[in-house]
Design a protein around this ligand. Structure first.
Ligand code: FAD
Length: 317
């Protein structure tokens, strides 16, 4: 029995989710009374031994594996090979692309039960039961995994991370990557944008902004706060903002430390993607807007006045 955490990375950096992934995996292994290790496919600039502070003392790295993020089949095969060789029975993925694309493939390949977006540690008294949010975050359900090998992914910002002074031992491994079935021809990185999955602060705009020409006041606040940008669905459907900024039931589901919603009514479908945010600030000129019920802080006012004032206040800090 042992637990393996799969580290995600991109553009030479490990993803922000790694600390939570490793702390969670170490706590899970502790609860199971078993070993924990981590696997990273590819090279990064980060010093991997520093990751020992999250409680995982053993990290395996395949520096030969071209971490082709589009080639999920090859990644799946490499992880499956490692898991089988090392006799690992619990594999943990972070929230994000790997959880969406590799974890389900891996569970199919290993004939393992898979539960995505776990919140907190599994209950182990009567098997292995994982808690996750359902019905757009209106309820929680427990899913019992009945197979010997288990695959889970964890919901971001749902597990408290504690660190120590420990370091990890990094060991090189060499896995057989299957011949690629796809090739990345080019990658266009949107400069200066903080990906929503990485952003600890998100500033989001809705139809209250009236049109795309007014988005500078949203962007200015996001820039001052080093925040990611998001929007409601009608905003992206109308082409005011790109689709990758759409959050909600049918868009991205995020859980930043701070979510600032400007000119968004707070429909249930929108809340379903953002209601796990640690702190929600709502700016709306309608005091009856439903979003205020979900807000930690509410500002009743005109976004065209409030957003520039907030930006100026942040810039003066
Ligand atoms: P509106 O509902 O038009 O609200 C605009 C708000 O701005 C109002 O509350 C208004 O008071 C306020 N406002 C106006 N002017 C100002 C001003 N000057 N200053 C301050 N406030 C102002 N929506 C999503 O967002 N994400 C989803 O994933 C999603 N999925 C859906 C799935 C389904 C199956 C369906 C049916 C709907 C879905 N929707 C989703 C749509 C959702 O129901 C709402 O229609 C949508 O969220 C409303 O967007 P909005 O709040 O930007 O616009």
């Amino acid at each position: 029995m042992s637990v393996l955490a799969i580290i995600d990375h991109g553009q030479g950096q490990i993803k922000k989710s790694t600390g939570e992934l490793l702390a969670y995996s170490a706590a899970l292994a502790n609860a199971l009374g078993t070993e924990v290790s981590a696997l990273i496919l590819g090279t990064v600039e980060d010093n991997l031994s520093d990751l020992g502070k999250y409680g995982v003392s053993s990290i395996f790295q395949d520096i030969n594996a071209g971490f082709n993020t589009a080639d999920n089949q090859a990644l799946t095969a490499a992880i499956a090979q490692f898991v089988t060789e090392k006799n690992i029975d619990t594999i943990v993925f972070p929230d994000g692309t790997l959880s969406n694309s590799v974890a389900p493939r891996l569970s199919a390949k290993l004939k393992a039960g898979f539960v995505s977006n776990a919140i907190g540690l599994p209950k182990l008294e009567n098997g292995f039961s994982v808690k996750k949010a359902v019905y757009s975050g209106k309820a929680f359900a427990w899913y019992k995994i009945n197979t010997a090998v288990k695959v889970i992914s964890i919901s971001s910002n749902s597990f408290e991370v504690k660190t120590s002074d420990a370091t990890a031992n990094v060991e090189a491994v060499s896995l057989n990557l299957e011949a690629s079935k796809v090739t990345i021809q080019s990658v266009d990185i949107v400069k200066g944008e903080i990906p929503l999955s990485e952003a600890s602060i998100v500033v989001s705009g809705g139809r209250g902004l009236k049109g795309p020409e007014n988005w500078k006041i949203v962007e200015d606040l996001a820039h001052s706060l080093h925040a990611g940008l998001a929007c409601s669905r009608p905003v992206s459907d109308s082409g005011w903002r790109p689709h990758h900024e759409h959050v909600g039931q049918t868009g991205k589901q995020i859980a930043p430390n701070l979510y600032i919603a400007a000119g968004i009514s707070g429909a249930i479908q929108h809340l379903g993607g953002v209601n796990r945010s640690k702190v929600i600030v709502v700016i709306n000129n309608d005091p009856e807007a439903p979003f205020f019920k979900a807000a930690d802080y509410g500002i009743v006012g005109d976004v065209f006045e409030i957003l520039p004032r907030l930006t100026a206040a942040v810039n003066n800090l």
